[in-house]
Design a protein around this ligand. Structure first.
Ligand code: ATP
Ligand code: MG
Length: 261
């Protein structure tokens, strides 16, 4: 299947005075078009750094980052801006809606930046998405008149409005209660299926990550494993010890689908 994201031996260091923080180490990763992936890991493990590199918000210290067929190393600032605007949609933890704009205007905003559609085309595109995410009755509201879950619906519509190949969401449910968070992930999943958009989101909430098709576990800047939750892919590599662990704790069966990347 066609890859929309490929990272090859990527390292990212941050230099802080005399010390260097190694935020990502030798990360290689491929994401196929239409995937619905969760990047999971504890605080400081490198989730945001990884999403920022994929989103062309930051550049790798070394290694290759290929987004939708473009090796980002070869692109000039202007080309990176175009790639972000046309290929990638962002959803943020704190929603990042413009408070003085209505719901409709917030979702329309990326289309105005793109300057590709007429006012009429923009209106029909925006209203169609507001319907899909179930917020069409609030089109004229301002963000501060909405609940957190409703705001994140607007942010999802805004991320999808340009029909990007990839949507990146950094802890999109962190400011929501657990139940609303799961509903939002389910909505993202629905949009992933309807629009065939690739979603990559980060979380450290076990319940939220279990809704993903693939979970990529990251710790200390390294990818540890990638597995499909709830599906037993292979039991060949399970040691006798982990087999018995599975008997005593049935929920650990998700771990059986672990696959080294
Ligand atoms: N701009 C920066 N300057 C220096 N160090 C940074 C910078 N951004 C991140 N780091 C460091 O890189 C490492 C990875 O950080 P990152 O923000 O990617 O983790 P995270 O998994 O997103 O954590 P969280 O769950 O808390 O959001 C951490 O050690 C962090 O302190
Ligand atoms: Mg983070």
């Amino acid at each position: 299947m066609e890859n929309v994201v490929s990272l090859v031996n990527v390292n990212k260091n941050y230099v802080l005075g005399k010390t260097t923080v190694s935020a990502l180490q030798n990360v290689s990763l491929s994401v196929a078009r239409g995937d619905f992936i969760s990047i999971a890991g504890p605080s400081g493990s490198g989730k945001t750094t990884l999403l920022n590199l994929i989103g062309c918000v930051d550049i790798a210290t070394s290694g290759q980052v290929i987004i939708n067929g473009n090796d980002t190393h070869d692109l000039k600032d202007r080309q990176l801006t175009d790639l972000r605007l046309n290929t990638i949609g962002f959803i943020f933890q704190s929603f990042n809606l413009v408070s003085v704009l209505s719901v409709f205007q917030n979702v329309e905003f990326p289309l105005l930046l793109q300057q590709k559609l007429s006012a009429e085309e923009r209106k029909s595109r925006v209203m169609e998405l507001l319907r899909k995410v179930g917020i069409e009755n609030h089109a004229k509201h301002r963000p501060n008149e909405l609940s957190g879950g409703q705001r994140q619906r607007v942010a999802i519509a805004r991320a999808l409005v340009t029909r990007p190949a990839i949507i990146l969401a950094d802890e999109p449910t962190a400011n929501l209660d657990s139940k609303t968070g799961e509903t939002i992930i389910d909505l993202m999943k629905e949009m992933n299926q309807i629009e065939k958009t690739t979603f990559i989101f980060s979380t450290h909430d076990q319940r939220v990550m279990s809704h993903a098709d693939t979970i990529i576990n990251i710790a200390d800047g390294r990818i540890l494993e990638s597995y499909k939750p709830g599906k037993i892919k292979s039991i060949k590599n399970i040691s006798p010890k982990s087999k018995s662990a599975k008997k005593s704790r049935p929920q650990s069966s998700t771990k059986l689908a672990k696959k080294k990347i």
